[in-house]
Design a protein around this ligand. Structure first.
Ligand code: KIV
Ligand code: NA
Length: 270
């Protein structure tokens, strides 16, 4: 199976309609990518790895080197899904040139096919600059976690008329600039639906609406690895309990000297 391409993903929304919604999940490691690859259309190496993998307080501390190391691992572990790597905070906002330097490093050093960056109209010039130079860009509007300090928190967006207008104009601006798709995060449902209908490019929802052109979740959230997750996360598994139970059993067997047994030990040849 050939790896999905940017035009194939974009082409899934034809005449304003996506018949089969796009499936996107985050992945940060090669093994995780291997397990998710056959079920997903897009694997996102999200800067959410700051909290999920590194225990950082927000995505603001994530570096380009972290994104590249994990991006390369995910490309190595997958062969079907389109791999997109998040541009971390500080790596692209200053200028289109700065963004190109960061994005070209990400693409050359990981082998991914596209980058994602946060922001709407303010990033339009940068999106156009990258798109014109062979770097496909997925945009991200609504709740943009790198702007948590400016937004004042991780609450849903689109509850005021001003926020509603901004989400719509940001979506149109990134589409006009050449973004091939856009993530809409934490957007009140009627506005997520309105945006999905208004744009010709796929709108991937997270905390948005089932009527979006696709969905994305942070895999560890969806697997139930954390106690606290946003309300838009559905837990499809309770991996925290699975892992903790396995560790508990292992610890008990080690302490009782009942592991390892003959099955797990080597004996000299007789
Ligand atoms: O970093 C991330 O995981 C993301 C998704 C939640 C869209 O940006
Ligand atoms: Na992100």
């Amino acid at each position: 199976m050939r790896r999905l391409t940017v035009p194939a993903i974009k082409g899934r929304k034809a005449d304003g309609v996506t018949a089969e919604p796009l499936v996107m999940l985050t992945a940060y490691t090669a093994r995780q990518a291997q397990l998710l690859d056959q079920h997903s259309d897009i694997l996102l190496v999200g800067d959410s790895l700051g909290q999920v993998i590194y225990g950082l307080p927000s995505t603001l501390q994530v570096t380009l080197d972290m994104m590249i190391a994990h991006g390369a691992a995910v490309v190595r572990g997958s062969y079907h899904s389109l791999v997109i790597v998040d541009m971390p905070f500080g790596a692209y906002e200053a200028s289109p040139q700065k963004a190109f330097e960061s994005a070209s490093r990400i693409m050359a050093e990981t082998g991914c096919a596209a980058v994602k960056l946060e922001g709407g109209a303010a990033m339009a010039e940068t999106i156009a600059f990258l798109s014109a130079r062979g770097i496909p860009v997925m945009a991200h509007v609504g709740l943009t976690p790198q702007a948590v300090n400016a937004l004042g928190g991780y609450g849903a967006r689109g509850r005021s008329e001003e926020e509603h207008a901004k989400i719509m104009s940001d979506g149109k601006a990134v589409q006009d600039a050449g973004a091939f798709a856009v993530v809409a995060e934490g957007v009140v449902e009627p506005i997520a639906i309105e945006l999905t209908k208004a744009l010709d490019i796929p709108v991937i929802g997270i905390g948005a609406s089932a009527e979006c052109d696709g969905q994305v979740l942070v895999t560890e959230d969806m697997l139930g690895m954390f106690e606290r997750v946003p309300r838009f996360v559905k837990r499809y598994e309770d991996m925290a309990s699975v892992i903790s139970k396995a560790a508990e059993t292992y610890a008990a067997e080690v302490r009782a000297r009942s592991f390892p047994t003959a099955d797990q030990t080597y004996q000299p040849k007789t």
